[in-house]
Design a protein around this ligand. Sequence first.
Ligand code: GAL
Length: 373
Amino acid sequence: MGLGSVSDGLAAVPPMGWNSWNRFQSRINERLLKETAEAMVSSGMARVGYEYVVIDDCWQTRRRKDGNLRIRRDIFPGGMRALADYVHSLGLKLGIYTCAGRWTCQRYAGSYKKAERDAELFAEWNIDFVKVDWCFSQRPFVLEDLDAPAAYAQWRDAVVRTGRPMVLSICEWGKTKPWEWATTVGHMWRTTGDIRDNWKSAMKILDANAVLWPHAGPGHWNDPDMLEVGNGGMTEEEYRSHFSLWAIMAAPLMAGNDLRTMSDPVRRILTAPEVIAVDQDTLGVQGRRIVRSGDREVWCKPLSDTGTWAVLLFNRGDRAQEIAVSWSDMGLDDIEFFVRDLWLQEDLGNFYEGYAAFIPRHGVELIRVRQKI
Ligand code: GAL
């Protein structure tokens, strides 16, 4: 079986980890990577499922040497193999970034015509996760415009040929509708352009990713981009919503903040165990919006426990307001549900007909509802 099918054992649930880009862009180095891996363990993130430590753009030199990608030794003096060993010694996995085009988006050497060689190199380094970007993939930077399904299939084949299990993360920003062709090609694919650390951007990405729910499933996930939680551009309430929405959409949860210095409230958002459990549920269904009434929304995700759903009440508006869900919105009538608040980790009791709560501006309440039998 090829990549992207659940039977290759990778990404049966959405991958979780950290990626250097959102917070650090080009300001990366070996020490940052090691300290981040250490912080992933000491903060409790590893315990709740975070696993991949991913080096994004800017680790490589501008040009290849003898046909090979080269590491910027000034910032990664020990090399990638040693870094992978270190990350593995902490019980974590190491991810890396390249680009299918001539250059990476920051103009470092890309993998154009070199997928096989580069996949081999990453496997030699004991890499566990490869993100493949799409900059400089069209003329005049390449001889012929690259075709995304073909270029990423080459990457899939190259990865399979190495014999090393590596998650393949497709990053062509949704340009060629990867949800239509990538199910058997990659484990996750970006569905949108880059996220920014503000509410408007998160909402734009949310709406684009929401409608793609039928395409996600075990081994192949819609990727609405990495998390901005903790980067400072949104309120704590908004970050809690951002995280809840990504969880109910079964998105890969890739933290994008500085794990070494994060505040307690940020750490509590990123490690909320029952919210993460919604994301990581083994049924692998991407939740969807079932009610949209002005700026009040209700989202719903069926869970692997029969008769159980995660339900998100989401206030997109600028004022606190009550948001209600009736069980008939979920297609269920004459039912009593047992309700639990997943942020507070508190049982709320039995509810006939529906449930309602007062939700702050840009806030959420995430509950799990279980059919009473
Ligand atoms: C973008 C990509 C970002 C980041 C950046 C690096 O194309 O969407 O996630 O990887 O390139 O230059």
